[in-house]
Design a protein around this ligand. Structure first.
Ligand code: ASP
Ligand code: MG
Length: 418
C-alpha cells in the first residue's frame, strides 16, 4: 500500500470552507487505499498576524518566545483538518512537531531539521489513520519549540516524506506547477511537466518562489519524489488525473530530443551593485575589498573586475539589497583608505535575469543567444556570471520585464499556440 505525503499551503488552508475541501481531497486518496500523512501550513495570513502581535510587544521579539507564538498557527490548522476528516468519517489524528517528534537544532526562527522519529506516525498509519503533522515547527534538544523559517512547511513535508520513505510528496499550492517563468510577466509561460532538482535549486535561489529552497535540497539529498500541483481544482476530480498533474521534480535530466536546452527564465530585483573605482591592480586587492565584507557576514553574489589601465581598475560586486547600506559602511570604514581607492558608488536600479537549464551542458551557443537577444532589445549588460546550468546577467531594472519576455521567446519557451 503506497504511502503519500500531502502538503497544503496557507491559501489552501485559508478558511474552514477550504479546510473542508482539503479534507475531501485527503479522504479521496485514503479511500483509494493510500496511507496518508498530511502536513499543512497555518491559515493564510496567520503567521504574519502572530509575528505582528509579537512585534507590538517587543520591536525585536525574543526569538524563543517568537517561535512559541509563530508555531501556533500550524497547530490550529492540524486540529481543524483532523476534525474535518473525522466529520467525513475518516479516522485521523493530529500532532504538533514535538509530539512526533521532529527534532531540530536550537536556531530559533531558522531551525534545521536533524531527525524525525517515524515510529508514532507509522503506528497510526498501520491502524488505518490519516496522520496530520504541523508544518514549520519542531523541537530542539532542550525541548523548546522551534520554527524552520518562513515558508518552512514545504521543508517539513519533504523531510517527513524522507523519514517515512514515502512514495511521493505532493505539495498542493495556489499555482498549478512550476512555470518556465512568472506568467504574470510572460502570459505565454508554460507549466513544466518535469524539472530537475538542480534546475529547481537554481530557479529558487534566483527568485522563483514556488518551493522553499531547503525543501528542494531535501528532495535532492534524500531522493524524495516531489510534485507541485494545484489545490484549487475540485477535490472530486479523479485521483489518477490529479496524481499526474502539476510539475514533478526529478533527479535525472530528460534526455528526449525535443527537450529545450533551457527550462526557465528567472529574475529578481533583490540585489544592489557596488563599485569601488580606481583600485590598484595588484595581488590581494580582491581579498582586501571582499574580506571585510565577508567578515561583516554579507553575502556577495556577482563580482566583476575590469582590465586595468595604468595599473588601476574598477571592482564591482552585488549584495542583497537589505545589506547594501551595511556593505557601503564597511567599505567606507575598512577598505577605502586602506587601499587608497577612488570613489565608492552604488546602484539600486539593477535586476538580475537568468536562463536556467540542464540542457546547457550539452548545447552550445546558449550564452551567445542570450546576449544577442538582449542586444537586439538594446539592453546593456552590466555583469555576467555563469554556472554549469545557468547564465545570469545584471541589467538596468527598468528593462527587466522586456528582457524576460524576449529571452522566453528566443529560447523557444513560449506556448506553441501563442
Ligand atoms: N506558516 C509559515 C509561514 O507562513 C510556514 C509556511 O507556511 O510554510 O511562513
Ligand atoms: Mg509556501
Amino acid at each position: 500500500m503506497s504511502l503519500i505525503v500531502h502538503k497544503y499551503g496557507g491559501t489552501s488552508m485559508g478558511s474552514t470552507e477550504r479546510i473542508k475541501n482539503v479534507a475531501k481531497r485527503v479522504a479521496k486518496w485514503h479511500a483509494a487505499g493510500r496511507r496518508m500523512v498530511v502536513v499543512p501550513s497555518a491559515m493564510a495570513g496567520e503567521t504574519n498576524r502572530l509575528i505582528g502581535l509579537a512585534r507590538e510587544i517587543q520591536e525585536q521579539p525574543d526569538a524563543r518566545e517568537l517561535d512559541m507564538i509563530a508555531a501556533t498557527g500550524e497547530q490550529v490548522s492540524v486540529g481543524l483538518l483532523a476534525m474535518a476528516l473525522k466529520s467525513l468519517g475518516v479516522d485521523a489524528v493530529s500532532y504538533a512537531g514535538w509530539q512526533v517528534p521532529v527534532r531540530t537544532d536550537a536556531a530559533y526562527t531558522k531551525a534545521r531539521i536533524e531527525s524525525i522519529d517515524a515510529s508514532r506516525v507509522n503506528a497510526d498509519l498501520a491502524a488505518g489513520r490519516v496522520v496530520i503533522v504541523t508544518g514549520f515547527q519542531g523541537v530542539d534538544p532542550e525541548g523548546n519549540i522551534t520554527t524552520l523559517g518562513r515558508g518552512g512547511s514545504d521543508t517539513s513535508a519533504v523531510a517527513m516524506a524522507a523519514a517515512l520513505g514515502a512514495d511521493e510528496c505532493l505539495i498542493y499550492t495556489d499555482v498549478d506547477g512550476v512555470y518556465t517563468t512568472d506568467p504574470r510577466i510572460v502570459p505565454e509561460a508554460c507549466r513544466l511537466e518535469k524539472v530537475t532538482v538542480e534546475e529547481m535549486l537554481e530557479m529558487a535561489s534566483l527568485g522563483s518562489k514556488v518551493l522553499q529552497i531547503r525543501a528542494v535540497e531535501f528532495a535532492g539529498k534524500y531522493k524524495v519524489r516531489t510534485r507541485v500541483l494545484s489545490s484549487l481544482t475540485s477535490p472530486d476530480i479523479p485521483l489518477d488525473e490529479e496524481a499526474q498533474s502539476g510539475t514533478l521534480i526529478t533527479f535525472e535530466e530528460d534526455q528526449s530530443m525535443e527537450k529545450a536546452a533551457i527550462s526557465g527564465i528567472a529574475f529578481n530585483r533583490d540585489e544592489a551593485k557596488i563599485t569601488v573605482s580606481r583600485v590598484p591592480d595588484r595581488p590581494g586587492i580582491a581579498y582586501q575589498i571582499l574580506g571585510p565584507v565577508a567578515d561583516a557576514n554579507i553575502d556577495v553574489d556577482m563580482i566583476i573586475q575590469n582590465a586595468s589601465e595604468a595599473g588601476m581598475t574598477d571592482f564591482s560586486f552585488t549584495v542583497h539589497r537589505n545589506e547594501y547600506q551595511k556593505a557601503l559602511a564597511v567599505l567606507d570604514a575598512r577598505v577605502k583608505d586602506a587601499i587608497q581607492a577612488g570613489a565608492i558608488t552604488g546602484d539600486l536600479k539593477i535586476a538580475k535575469v537568468s536562463v536556467v537549464g540542464m540542457g546547457m551542458r550539452s548545447h552550445v551557443g546558449i550564452a551567445s543567444l542570450m546576449f544577442r537577444t538582449l542586444s537586439e532589445e538594446g539592453i546593456n549588460i552590466q555583469m555576467i556570471s555563469t554556472s554549469e546550468i545557468k547564465i545570469s546577467v545584471i541589467i538596468e531594472d527598468k528593462y527587466m520585464e522586456l528582457a524576460v519576455r524576449a529571452l522566453h521567446k528566443s529560447f523557444g519557451l513560449d506556448h506553441q499556440d501563442a
